[in-house]
Design a protein. Structure first.
Length: 144
């Protein structure tokens, strides 16, 4: 009897575990593109990522590009530059000023914090689409 209970408990534990590889995209406006970047900090175009408070924009991946931000040399964030609160369009690629990403579309005033990904004024709106980031030596890996 103890063996059956142990197996049942183990089975429930295994089923309740969620893999880190699963990313749920609840945003109806954006799809989750496959992102796999390896940025070598020794290259001049990625040099700003060596300094806290700096960012680099990669236009070739994501929905409308990706902004990578150095919070403190140990923590980096990466977010898609497509405004998460409307369908991607010609105007939905956000611009960065400091730590604020702003949508230039004339019909909204959406702006987001690139450290947290949250809307600066309305937390009920969708946050920016985030990607995983890890630093390994002099390389920054951005992926999903």
């Amino acid at each position: 009897m103890k063996k059956k209970i142990s197996i049942l408990i183990l089975f429930v534990i295994v089923l309740s575990c969620k893999s880190d590889d699963e990313q749920v995209n609840n945003n109806p406006y954006l799809f989750m593109p496959v992102v796999s970047l390896n940025l070598n900090l020794n290259l001049p175009e990625y040099n700003p990522l060596k300094f806290p408070g700096s960012n680099v924009i990669i236009n070739s991946q994501g929905v409308k590009g990706i902004v990578i931000y150095n919070v403190n040399n140990d923590l980096y964030t990466a977010f898609d530059l497509s405004d998460p609160n409307h369908v991607p369009s010609q105007c939905s690629k956000m611009t960065i000023e400091g730590i604020i990403a702003t949508c230039p579309c004339t019909n909204d005033t959406n702006s987001y914090d690139i450290v947290t990904g949250l809307h600066t004024a309305n937390e009920t709106l969708y946050p920016m689409q985030q990607y995983r980031v890890e630093r390994i030596g002099n390389n920054i890996r951005v992926f999903n």
